[in-house]
Design a protein around this ligand. Structure first.
Ligand code: PEP
Ligand code: MG
Length: 404
């Protein structure tokens, strides 16, 4: 991904859509198709290739008719984009008059122009590890502080949830000793590394406080599995706040500290956790992986389960209730928030904040503005009561009846 924007498409024989490389490609809006078998041996230098990232299809040396069909499709998409641009300044208010806040996920400087262009309410997930992954050495505190300050400048007062370093599993830093673990997704990753070796966590907290320079600051921790981990990680940040203030840096106007809910265990944490957390953000990519015990990196099992599975939606609803009990703000920032049908269902079960890649904001808003969440919830409930495994057919029937 180091090629950046000039790269027009990526076709891989291997890979997984849940992998970090795929997430970066999505952030850069670069079409990426995986599992294109034999492509590396079939394609010759100079061959034309059409990459349809939406459908996951690749045409090598396409016929003119295929190329024409593609051009038509691109023209239609451009029209849809115009329609979405017309919605940019409008809220995502449903027909039943519920407003859903739509934020964007980011992590690269290349994402920043999208803050204006997409009409996002803020950055619901800033993946700080991307700044670590694109370098071949550990970034320094001042370098990070400058980057974070630029992100806050670009946000112009809109909230940015900076997620502390989430490494391990598929995200391996080239300059850190690789861990030879039998199952890295369930291994020494994210906040587990942060708590065991808190040097980087502390350095990030200092950089964030300096970047905020008296502005509001939002920090969240990845992969919190139990209350005690949240307490300990929060203590680290608060200790750094004391230190920075003693050194003469201004304290942030407000400091909100939240947790990502990415393992089922956290949904069952004691009430004290929900009281202490300033907010909770569901990391649906990981939560789904652990709920279904289906590796997000493994194409063979990944597709078997989805967010519209009746049990999973029930579980999400349970999390909504737990947060409602304590008045803890809740958002959802996994990839599913960026899929219009899935986003509408998440709103129907009670989510009021969704964070997604910038290009999804238009399509998600467009659907949300037409939907009645009560009717959609009834469809979901109906399917569940009838014992359906997935609520998708019921949901699609409900949505297909919507007026344009
Ligand atoms: C998630 O797990 O849903 C998430 C947003 O974090 P990441 O995809 O970076 O693991
Ligand atoms: Mg995650």
């Amino acid at each position: 991904m180091e090629y950046g924007r000039p790269l027009r498409g990526v076709v891989l024989e291997d890979g997984s859509v849940g992998s970090h490389a795929a997430i970066v490609a999505r952030a850069l809006a670069i079409p990426l198709v995986i599992h294109a078998e034999r492509i590396a041996s079939e394609a010759l230098n100079g061959d034309a290739i059409l990459v349809d990232g939406d459908q996951g299809i690749v045409h090598l040396r396409p016929e003119e008719t295929v190329a024409t069909a593609f051009r038509d499709k691109i023209a239609m998409q451009a029209k849809a984009q115009e329609r979405y641009a017309g919605l940019r300044e409008l809220p995502a208010t449903t027909r039943c008059n519920k407003t859903i806040s739509l934020s964007m996920n980011a992590g690269l400087m290349a994402d920043l122009p999208s803050l204006e262009g997409s009409g996002a309410d803020g950055v619901g997930l800033f993946r700080t590890e991307l700044q670590f992954l694109v370098r071949n050495r550990m970034p320094k505190r001042d370098e990070l502080a400058r980057i974070y300050a630029r992100v806050m400048d670009a946000a112009k007062g809109r909230p940015v949830a900076f997620r502390t370093l989430d490494i391990g599993s598929d995200k391996v830093l080239p300059y850190m000793k690789p861990q030879d673990e039998p199952n890295p997704a369930m291994g020494w990753r994210a906040i587990r590394v942060g708590l065991d070796k808190p040097g980087v966590l502390r350095m990030q907290a200092q950089a964030l406080i300096r970047a905020a320079n008296g502005r509001a600051l939002t920090v969240m921790f990845p992969f919190i599995t139990e209350h005690a981990e949240f307490v300990a990680a929060r203590e680290h940040v608060l200790a750094q706040l004391d230190r920075e203030v003693r050194l003469g840096w201004p304290a942030p106007a407000t400091l909100r500290i939240g947790a990502m809910l990415e393992t089922p265990s956290l949904a069952f944490a004691p009430r004290a956790f929900f009281e202490l957390a300033d907010f909770v953000s569901i990391g649906g990519n990981d939560l789904k992986q652990f709920f279904f015990a289906a590796d997000r990196e493994n194409e063979r099992v990944r597709k078997r389960y989805d967010v519209l599975n009746a049990s999973f939606l029930q579980f999400i609803e349970r999390i909504v209730e737990r947060c409602a009990d304590t008045g803890t703000p809740l958002s959802f920032c996994g990839e599913d928030a960026g899929r219009p049908v899935e986003a509408a269902c998440l709103a129907a079960v009670g989510l009021r904040m969704l964070s997604m890649r910038p290009a999804s904001i238009g399509p998600v808003k467009s659907l949300l503005r037409r939907v009645d969440l009560g009717a959609l919830y009834d469809a979901i409930e109906g399917a569940r009561a009838a014992g359906a495994e997935t609520v998708r057919p019921a949901v699609m029937a409900c949505l297909s009846a919507l007026p344009e």
